[in-house]
Design a protein. Structure first.
Length: 355
């Protein structure tokens, strides 16, 4: 018989849960180089699960070749994009001294508007190379030695990501069955499996929808910049599509990059046109297109999205920004947030209301 004196009261249980959560997040932070690529691989595996199932079912392919082919195709896609962006990045590095002087000219043009800001203007000028220092000093650019020290760490993270993604795609069904058997003691194994499959479907649908929207944004930006006469319009469009996966931070980075690119290519006020065009297109995407198509399937509170994004950006940096929304959707799906009502329980639409 169980001794009732060893029962844990609700307050103590809550405290233990909080302490365990804090310890768990501390471990995730300390072992970021391991857990960050692992978490990204799990999210990528969930996103690619419908594609893997489709290849296995329709093409009658074995699971092992499918699990190996999908990561390789992703690596080839990233390599192709890096190859396409390399000339643009090289040109930006070569033109950095010109960009610095152009930025100083812009700051001087707006100096009359910031005279009352005191030391802010001086800090901006010093950050751009002014402030009485060496006017010819070269900007701090990472050296080959720095790259050699960082390369093993990045290479290890890439290998962890590829291996984890491969094994997750290979043993996904077994992993789901283990989770269901471990966590289904109260709700039942079938209910847990249903929630897992629901989370998988919602994340895949969300990512597919966002991918199509971001691709449309990239194509529209590439066309607009091509008409404007901006070199590397296709590369700019691809960069905008990729950075748009990281909410808030990605668009802000794209605006800054287009502003710098405009300073290189155009003169005067025309230099702000590329960034202005992107702001207009991004505003249409974020305020009209995304709510229309994503909100119909996955309605998540904007505050929850913002909190999740801020937390994961602080926790794991840009990689955390990539996984913030998928992780939030997975958690909400596992909590049964997105369960749709049964058809016979849904109210009949009133004819007078317009959709």
């Amino acid at each position: 018989m169980t001794d009732p004196t060893f029962r844990i009261d609700p307050a103590s249980r809550t405290a233990l849960i909080i302490l365990a959560a804090v310890a768990g997040f501390a471990a995730l932070k300390l072992a970021e180089d391991i857990f960050a690529p692992l978490c990204l691989a799990l999210v990528a595996g969930i996103i690619l699960s419908p594609l893997a199932d489709s290849l296995e079912r329709r093409l009658k392919l074995p699971r092992t070749p499918v699990a190996a082919a999908l990561p390789m195709l992703g690596i080839l896609a990233v390599g192709a994009l890096a190859f396409a962006l390399e000339p643009l990045v090289g040109r930006l590095v070569d033109q950095w001294p010109t960009i610095r002087w152009e930025l100083r000219g812009v700051v001087n043009d707006f100096r009359g508007f910031v005279q009352n800001l005191g030391q802010v203007g001086d800090e901006v000028q010093r950050a751009l190379g002014g402030g009485g220092g060496d006017e010819t000093a070269a900007p701090s650019i990472p050296t080959l030695t720095d790259a050699l020290f960082v390369a093993p760490r990045i290479g290890a993270q890439i290998l962890i990501f590829i291996a984890a993604l491969f094994f997750f795609l290979l043993t996904r069904s077994e992993v789901y069955a283990w989770i269901a058997s471990f966590a289904g003691r109260r709700l039942g194994r079938g209910a847990i499996l249903t929630r897992i499959r629901t989370a998988e479907r919602l994340v895949a649908v969300y990512f597919l929808t966002i991918t199509l929207i971001n691709a449309g944004l990239g194509i529209a930006l590439a066309v607009a910049l091509g008409v404007l006469g901006m070199p590397g319009a296709i590369a700019w469009g691809a960069g905008a599509a990729l950075l748009n996966f990281v909410l808030y931070v990605g668009p802000a980075t794209m605006v800054a990059a287009l502003f710098l690119g405009g300073l290189i290519v155009f003169d005067g006020w025309a230099s702000v046109l590329p960034a202005a065009i992107y702001l207009v297109l991004n505003g249409i995407e974020s305020q009209v297109v995304t709510p229309t198509f994503v909100g119909r399937r996955i309605a998540v509170n904007p505050l929850a999205i913002f909190v999740s994004l801020v937390f994961w950006l602080w926790f794991w940096g840009p990689l955390g920004g990539v996984i913030a929304i998928p992780v939030l959707v997975i958690v909400l799906a596992m909590l049964d947030i997105f369960d749709e009502p049964e058809p016979d329980m849904m109210p009949d639409p009133e004819p007078s209301e317009s959709v």
